[in-house]
Design a protein around this ligand. Sequence first.
Ligand code: PXP
Length: 240
Amino acid sequence: MNTKLSVNINKIATLRNARGGNIPDVLLAALLITEYGADGITVHPRPDERHIRYADVRDLKRKLTTELNIEGNPKEKAFVELVLETKPAQVTLVPDASGQLTSDHGWDTVAHQGYLTEIIAVFKRAGIRTSIFVDAKTEMVEGAYQAGADRIELYTEAYARAASPHRAEAIAPFIVAAKRASELGLGINAGHDLSLENLRYFAKSIPNLLEVSIGHALISDALYFGLEQTVHLYKEQLQF
Ligand code: PXP
């Protein structure tokens, strides 16, 4: 199965924002990443616009030829409006608080079932594929299904943090969660802390993995290897 690589470009925007101006050019970087073989671009706009700005998302949607995946918390009204306006291929719902450094937990799809069902219906009516960021737990996968999601995104930090001798142990709950998702007909995405070091084992172990979304490690690797070579290296990890 050919797992797609969606590159999260938030870190490129962080670098640009450090100085003002337009260096590096986020849109150009996204177009090059696509040209080098990535299957999609992910952005995670936050209300304070400290990384990707809402204007970037609009530009990206206009110019990109590959899938755009917008991640974020739909409890922010401005986020929902942006998604409905730009109509990306996919929206990934993430329960992060506005000042949070990065996402650090999945949705509790059982406790928030009613809310998630309502908001997913809003995106579905607009024809946008909807994915929910969840921990690798069967009940959270089942809750995502009940809420009407098209896909789940497995939150991979717990796997990625496990040193290689403990990998088999760390990936076990992800395999169980992925199998349940497939039984229910949910598509499977994954992301967070995936890297050249841990990606191949993950992709090989998870059946029906449709897409990985990778930012921090990939953009950092681009400092050493260059953007083109780095995209190729990550794509290679997904071919076996
Ligand atoms: N998936 C989600 C929901 C995220 O919030 C992030 C980080 O913004 C990622 C994937 C990508 O994680 P990383 O930057 O560690 O590759």
